[in-house]
Every structure is written in C-alpha cells, then in structure tokens.
Design a protein around this ligand. Structure first.
Ligand code: PLP
Length: 341
C-alpha cells in the first residue's frame, strides 16, 4: 500500500481536530458519546471539505491550474470552502452553482460576497450542464483550469477522510462506532475505508441525507480510493452500514434532525445544522435506541461543519426537544428539495 503522505497535499487546515466527550449526551443516553470536531478544521467556518481540498487542490496545482471550478447548490458549504481555500492559495475559484434554493445574499452566499468570489448560477437540475458550462468558461478564459466534482467526492477527495481515520487512530482512544453524514459520499467512503486500514474493530455508519443510491456509490468510491492507495482490501456491505435519515428530502429539515440540532445546542452548547449533521446525529440516537450501539460500547460522532448554511435557514417556533419528539415541528428550512450540495 502507498503511504498516504506520499500524495501531494497543500496545508489548509489545523490538524488534528479535537475529540471531546459529550458529557451531557452521554449521561442522557447511557453510552459514551464523543465528537470529532471537524467543524474546527480552521479555514473559512471549518467543515469536512477542508480535508478533501488539501488533496484536490494539491493535484490542481501540480497540473498547473490557475482556475478552480466547483459546483453545488446556492448554499453549498463545499463551494464556499473551495473559494476560501483558493483565496488562501492564490488561485482563482469560479463557482458554477445550481440556481436552486436560497440564492439571496445570506449564509454561504454572503461569505462568497465577502471573499469577492466569482459565482455563476445555471438554471438546471443536471450536473452535466454544469460541467459543460465550466468547460465553456474555461475555454473562454483561455487559462489552465481544474474541475472539482460536487462535494469534492472522488477518490482523491476521499483520501482526506482516510487520513482522518488515521488521525483518529493516532489520538489513542478506541471507538466501537463512528457516525457521519453522507451527502455526496466522499466522507463516508474515506472513513469506512480508513477504518478498515487503521481502526480495527470500529464500524463506520453513514447517515444518508439525500436519496442517491449510496448502497452503490459508497462501495464503488471505497474501491476507487483503495485502488489509488494500492491497498488490497475486500469490501463487503458490513463495512459501510447505511441508514436513511433524509426525511422529507435533501436540504429540507426533518423533525428528528431538528430535535438533534436543538438537543446539542441546549445540552452541549454545540451547533449542528439541519441539512447534514442534525440528521446524522438523529441517526446516532436511533442506533442507541435500537441497541445497535450497546450499553458497553462507545461512539464517535463526526461533526462535519455546516455553519455557513446555518444562517440561510429560517428557524421558528418552539425549540423544545420533548415537544419535537411529540410530533411538534418547530424548524423549517427555506430550501426546496434536492437543490443544494
Ligand atoms: C458536504 C457535507 C457533508 C457530507 O459529506 P459528503 O462527503 O459530501 O458525503 C456533511 N456535513 C456537512 C456540513 C457538509 O457540508
């Protein structure tokens, strides 16, 4: 197997990110619950995309790119963080975004404004149109460019989360379970492969927040990433347990997700987001409720960020966790279905 450190990588973040015990949630659930603070990766407002971008932008640089394209919905955390990373590296980012969801100058759009990012909206639901538009703009500008796929989720991007698994191993505590959100797949694929390589006895659970066929996407991306690493692993479905936490749709708040956002805010002073991490944490609570995380087991939750998008979401009503549990919806995302990455 190749050494992870042999891959070109630019330094963007602050690593290792801390692992903390959630004392109050642990007391509440009767399990030892820990959190990996990848919301504190140290660039922009933090988040999981920084780890992927360290590998992706090193590749872009090595290929002589001056312009970096990426895509997503109007409130894409990934697109905003790509612009932040490009700014730091002195590259030009052009975001070709789907003209869907909250395009107002709030949330990630506001942050892009502050960075003076070149943002272009395309009125389409098809990523093929978006990638064609990138090529059109790239040719028009006549400078070398590099296209990063939506979410940064290819094998090279997923290396960031193989590296995260290695980092967790180096932090010294064994975890029986790790739980993360799965939106475009790179984080889950990287962690699940990384666990096979560096974290024996740890199961990584992917909490699906979109309706894509992750039962196919996840093992395919794990396999491609293993190939890149020249690691010989045999991947079975036990290596990537998945759970559908999407609720009413991608980027539409779910009652369970909102309850989790509220729970961590009230009991731990930590902010999750309703699109990814709230739904993922709700999945962790379900695993405990169903005893799939047993009383003698511990669990590490990956906080993958999402702060940028948080401020584009309107929350209203009653923030009471118990009320939420008894069917009272209290939070509503202003984003329509499946439009944001
Ligand atoms: C992109 C994102 C995810 C999902 O990660 P993928 O690698 O796309 O599956 C989770 N949480 C946040 C906050 C994100 O921005």
């Amino acid at each position: 197997m190749k050494d992870l450190d042999s891959f070109p990588r630019v330094s963007l973040g602050v690593f290792p990110t801390p692992i903390q015990k959630l004392e109050n949630i642990s007391a509440l659930t009767g399990r030892e619950v820990y959190i990996k603070r990848d919301d504190l990766t140290g660039l922009g407002l933090g988040g999981n995309k920084i780890r992927k971008l360290e590998f992706l932008l090193a590749d872009a640089r090595a290929r002589g790119a001056e312009i970096v394209f990426t895509t997503g919905g109007a409130q894409s955390n990934h697109a905003m963080l790509t612009a932040a990373a490009a700014a730091k590296l002195g590259m030009r980012a052009i975001l070709v975004l789907k003209k869907r969801g909250v395009t107002d100058c709030v949330g990630n759009q506001l942050l892009e404004k502050l960075m003076d990012t070149d943002v272009r909206f395309v009125d389409t639901d098809d990523y093929a149109d978006i990638y064609a538009e990138m090529d059109r703009i790239g040719h028009e500008l006549g400078r070398p460019y590099y296209k990063i796929p939506c979410g940064g989720s290819n094998a090279l991007g997923a290396l960031g989360y193989v590296a995260c698994a290695r980092e967790i191993a180096s932090q010294g505590r064994h975890f029986d379970h790790i739980v993360c959100a799965e939106g475009s797949g790179g984080t889950m694929a990287g962690l699940a492969l990384g666990a096979k390589l560096f974290l024996p006895g740890t199961t990584v659970h992917g909490m699906m927040v979109d309706t894509d066929p992750f039962d196919q996407i996840t093992p395919a991306l794990m396999q491609q990433t293993a190939q890149l690493l020249e690691a010989s692993v045999s991947i079975t479905s036990a290596d990537y347990p998945l759970r559908d936490m999407c609720g009413p749709g991608y980027a539409i708040a779910s009652e369970a997700g909102n309850a989790a956002v509220s729970l961590l805010a009230r009991r731990e002073g930590l902010f999750l987001d309703p699109v990814y991490t709230g739904k993922a944490f709700a999945g962790l609570l379900e695993l405990i409720e169903e005893n799939l995380i047993g009383p003698r087991e511990n669990v590490l939750f990956l906080h993958s960020g999402g702060a940028g998008g948080l401020f584009a979401i309107r929350m209203d009503g009653d923030n009471d966790y118990m009320m939420a549990k008894s069917q009272k919806a209290f939070c509503r995302a202003a984003l329509p279905r499946s439009q944001t990455v």
